[in-house]
Design a protein around this ligand. Structure first.
Ligand SMILES: CC(C)(COP(=O)(O)OP(=O)(O)OC[C@H]1O[C@@H](n2cnc3c(N)ncnc32)[C@H](O)[C@@H]1OP(=O)(O)O)[C@@H](O)C(=O)NCCC(=O)NCCS
Length: 159
């Protein structure tokens, strides 16, 4: 494939359909949780997208929990554009924004621990994030059989 520039930018409302499409394919396979289109629209300001040749090929979102803790979520890259650095660039963009906001720690719940290890995340117990469990997990159909791995990265020294 011809090398094309990857552009990471804040999502716009008009990206909502593309984000839904990218995440839907993984949700169908149980790799990620399905996010309803209206939920994506409601949270569009928290999303970033990766664009290649004018096409949205990946997405990622941030979700604030406390002044010091935030989640990086809904990370997905189109099958055809995997292993080209898109996922890493999306996570790095999210981390940059979180650092600018003064967030000390970023966490993820993921089925892709190897990928996050390469970016400096380490596995921890889910019990470290009771706020996440109250907010999202209690409504999740997988609650009692959750197979996602919790991982954390310190974004700031002394945080
Ligand atoms: C996880 C995901 C976002 C990675 O995106 P990506 O653009 O392919 O990742 P990158 O190209 O930035 O990969 C960086 C490094 O991470 C590691 N990595 C990436 N995918 C991996 C995988 N499936 N298994 C093991 N290591 C992996 C590799 O070391 C890779 O470097 P390399 O290609 O030079 O070997 C992508 O595979 C995806 O969309 N998966 C389905 C949805 C999902 O699981 N999302 C995470 C939910 S939080």
């Amino acid at each position: 494939m011809e090398t094309q520039e990857i552009c990471i930018r804040t999502a716009r409302l008009t990206d909502a359909d593309a984000i839904a499409e990218i995440t839907h394919q993984y949700a169908e396979n149980g790799i990620m949780l399905k996010r309803a289109p209206e939920n994506i629209i409601e949270n569009i300001r928290n999303f970033f997208v990766a664009e290649v040749g004018g096409r949205v090929v990946g997405c990622c979102a941030i979700s604030f929990f406390t002044l010091h803790l935030a989640e990086i979520r809904t990370l997905a890259v189109c099958e055809r554009f995997k292993r080209m650095g898109v996922g890493s660039m999306l996570v790095e963009k999210a981390e940059t924004i979180l650092r600018e906001e003064g967030v000390a720690d970023a966490f993820v719940l993921t089925l892709a621990p190897r990928f996050f290890e390469t970016l400096g995340y380490r596995s921890v117990s889910k019990e470290m994030f009771p706020q996440k469990i109250w907010r999202d997990c209690t409504n999740c159909p997988k609650l009692m059989s959750c197979d996602e791995i919790a991982m954390i990265k310190q974004l700031r020294q002394g945080g």
